[in-house]
Write a protein that binds this ligand. Structure first.
Ligand code: CR6
Length: 756
């Protein structure tokens, strides 16, 4: 580790006056100083290397995370305190790189942290979106979107000066390589995240996030997931994807050659991980590059199949990308012969048309190409992998049983416990010693303290402190909450399968109950954090409904002392770091079979929240680990739901006809709500509930209400609840991304850790 004075020395050398500079100046100075202290590392020569291709890397703020991993956090805090400054205030100035959308992007970031912390040789490959996904505003009673710029005068980005030519149909662009450094946890390792960018990015759009989607050269890296409700938007996504993978594949081959390896050793020295289908074109691109350098096509296909590995993150068919061949014809016509060859090879292996890459409608199925051309294919939680094998991807499982395996997702405890919840981390260390910080599995030792009333009381006290801190933070943003209320939190992207709309119906139920005189034992605060895709109308309508309900409750003097509903604006990693430590009840209420894994469920559990959820995704594994008494489960099982879809047997109107449910759904169009909200939005939602309800919110609603009420009642037995909290924290170690990455490495990547 470095000597105590390193940071100070670097800051002084940069001429920073710690007493007089502004918080923002100090943030930039610290960024530059840390960047200077972390040294990119050369892994042992001749090592196999992982290239983790992903459209998203939701890295979050980096100052504190990098200080922790470099072992400089205490020094930084001491140094700042000596000058009357606080790191918390300084880091508040740090813009959050908005390079991801949700769980998939955050997972990629946790994985990079674990890869470096385990001393593995692995870099990320992605795009340098200037304005991110978007910044969400809610001040007009609905979601509006703005650019979310994050690249300041001094950012974590390093300009490598390298670039790669990417040829599109009819024109070429240079992909310039910027790097973010990814230090491992106190091990001297420093990997990289390569983010490719156009040479001359256009300025931000004049208004909102609307821009000319046909100006590829200027806007290719403007936004993550540009609106794809029109063809120009869909084409832009294909341009982005090809730009990313072509540059990444060229970088890989350059590094392979520089290390003195032959192209025929590709699979020995490189692993190309395809994170969901966005990077799938790396497969034909590698074929193109290899054959253009003299490798025979058949041999190239064998090599690529042994080099690539693929993770599937969803069973929602609309999220499994397929592109009309005409799009590729326009964007990257040079790939088509290779995709044709892959399709022919796939057809030689199987005559099942469901496994075709290039179908008879001239549509190219990216996931199919990934499975045929990867050595391994994995799902992200046990249940998800089973569903892939048995239903969604069954024909592929029959063809390649040995390729399929499960890798249950994980989170880095360094960010999601040590960094975001220092009070809890300290308490854990007092109880069981510090070793859990290197091996989260050791959190199980907490189970020996189940009867330690002093510890359990302090656990409750830490939660109260964190709730107080959240209340102060929200207060500074204009939202008052009662820190002594029960904090019931649903934070995740807005999607109907996640069923925020079912939670909204619970809020209506609770509102009516309180109006009728049934007040809860203590006030309840329902907190939502969620962005909706800009073109996803029903999701935006749900946000509108939640905002209307929040207002209705607030204005009602009979209800407001007991119930509060707030939406946190622009929910992102930094907001999650405030919300997760403060949460009492973790809402994981997706329709069983639809949430591939979830990772928020793991973060909340590790911070002592108790899950209220369905047996979906990783909730199944959480339930098994903590046991029935320490989780609140409700709703139909995945098998039942899959059967309902198969038999086309769910009619939401059957449920709506139940008077108790009808009352709740009809409330959406009540005079009370219509005076607050927009009739168009609310009636669209209302109609969807009664005529469609594709994700079956009404199916589980009664059970949800009953179990949530039991959960709130049992919250009042504080001693019993604190034991549930303890068990959840103790059993969360399994969900460390270090464990996940060790499994990826053991079963899929086969990299050699440094020093091994
Ligand atoms: N939306 C899954 O839906 C999973 C993450 C990471 C998701 C979610 O359940 O935890 O991936 N899938 O594996 C996709 O993005 C396609 C997600 O984040």
């Amino acid at each position: 580790m470095r000597s105590q004075t390193d940071l100070e020395r670097v800051l002084t050398a940069r001429g920073v006056n710690l007493d007089t500079c502004s918080d923002r100046e100090l943030m930039y100075a610290l960024t530059a100083a840390v960047r200077q202290l972390q040294k990119p590392m050369d892994h042992a020569r001749g090592q196999r290397k992982l290239y983790y291709f992903s459209a998203e890397f939701l890295v979050g703020r980096l100052l504190r995370a990098n200080l922790i991993n470099l072992g400089l956090l205490e020094e930084a805090e001491r140094l700042l305190a000596a000058h009357g400054r606080s790191l918390a205030q300084v880091e508040d100035q740090e813009p959050e790189p908005s390079l991801g959308n949700g769980g998939l992007g955050r997972l990629a970031a946790c994985f990079l942290d674990s890869i470096a912390s385990l001393g593995l040789n692995g870099d990320g490959v992605g795009l340098n979106y200037h304005y991110g996904l978007f910044r969400q505003r809610l001040d007009t009673g609905r979601q509006t979107e703005e650019p979310d710029p994050w690249i300041g005068p001094e950012s974590w980005l390093l300009d490598t000066g390298l670039s790669y030519q990417v040829d599109f149909g009819g024109f070429s662009l240079n992909a310039r390589q910027y790097d973010l450094e990814i230090p491992g946890y106190e091990n001297g390792v420093c990997n990289r995240l390569h983010l490719f960018d156009v040479e001359r990015p256009a300025p931000p759009p004049a208004e909102g996030i609307r821009f000319d989607k046909t100006d590829i050269a200027g806007h290719l890296t403007a936004f993550l997931y540009p609106d794809d409700s029109d063809e120009a938007g869909r084409l832009l996504r294909v341009y982005q994807q090809y730009f990313m993978v072509s540059a990444g594949a060229q970088l890989l081959l350059r590094e392979l050659e520089e290390a003195g390896h032959s192209l025929l050793e590709l699979d020995r020295y490189a692993v190309v991980h395809i994170n969901d289908t966005h990077p799938s074109m790396v497969i034909p691109e590698l074929l193109r590059l290899l054959t253009s350098r003299g490798v025979e096509l058949e041999q190239a296909m064998d090599l690529v199949e042994r080099t690539c590995t693929y993770t599937n993150h969803t069973i929602l068919s609309e999220a499994l990308e397929k592109w009309p061949a005409s799009y590729l014809e326009q964007v990257a016509p040079q790939l088509l012969p290779f995709i044709r060859a892959l399709d022919q090879r796939a057809r030689r292996r199987s005559d099942d048309p469901r496994t075709a890459i290039w179908d008879e409608h001239n549509v190219i199925h990216m996931a199919h190409m990934d499975i045929h051309s990867s050595a391994k294919v994995n799902g992200v939680a046990e249940l998800h992998t089973e569903i892939l094998k048995n239903t969604e991807l069954h024909p592929f499982y029959v063809l390649y049983p040995e390729k399929f395996n499960n890798k249950t997702n994980g989170i880095t405890f360094r960010r999601w416990l040590m960094s975001c919840n220092p009070a809890l981390a300290g308490l854990i260390t007092q109880a069981i010693g510090p070793e859990w910080q290197r091996d989260a599995g050791l959190l199980e030792k907490l189970l020996e303290h189940k009867e330690d009333t002093a510890l359990l009381e302090r656990l409750l006290a830490v939660k109260e402190e964190n709730k107080g801190a959240l209340a102060r933070w929200l207060g500074s943003r204009g939202t008052e909450i009662d820190p002594h209320s029960v904090l019931d939190i649903q934070i995740k992207r807005l999607h109907q399968y996640k069923r925020q709309q079912m939670n909204a119906l619970y809020a209506i139920w609770k509102y009516v109950q309180i109006k009728e005189g049934h007040t809860p034992p203590r006030p309840v605060t329902m907190v939502f954090g969620a962005k909706a895709a800009p073109a996803y109308t029903l999701a935006k309508d749900t946000i509108h409904l939640l905002l209307c309900l929040g207002k209705l409750i607030e204005r009602d003097p009979q209800v407001s002392p007991w119930l509060k509903l707030v939406m946190v604006e622009n929910y992102n990693v930094s907001a999650a770091e405030r919300l997760v430590p403060a949460c009492d009840i973790s809402e994981q209420i997706s329709l069983a079979s639809k949430e591939a894994s979830g990772t928020g469920n793991m973060k909340l559990m590790a911070n002592g929240a108790v899950t209220l959820g369905t047996l979906d995704g990783a909730n199944v594994e959480i339930a098994r680990l903590v046991g029935e008494g320490n989780i609140y489960l409700f709703g139909r099982s995945a098998d039942e739901v899959i059967a309902l879809y198969r038999d086309n047997a769910y009619r939401s109107s059957d449920y709506w006809q139940k008077p108790e449910l009808e009352r709740l759904v009809d409330f959406i169009l009540s005079p009370e709500l219509l005076t607050i909200g927009d009739a168009g939005c609310l009636s669209r939602l209302y109609k969807d509930f009664i005529a469609k309800d594709y994700f079956m919110a009404l199916l589980d609603l009664e059970d949800y209400i009953a179990v949530k009420e039991r959960c709130l009642a049992e919250y009042e037995d504080r001693a019993a609840w604190s034991r549930k909290m303890l068990v959840n924290i103790a059993r969360s170690g399994f969900f460390s991304s270090d464990r996940t990455i060790m499994e990826y490495n053991r079963d899929i990547w086969h990299l050699t850790p440094d020093g091994a």
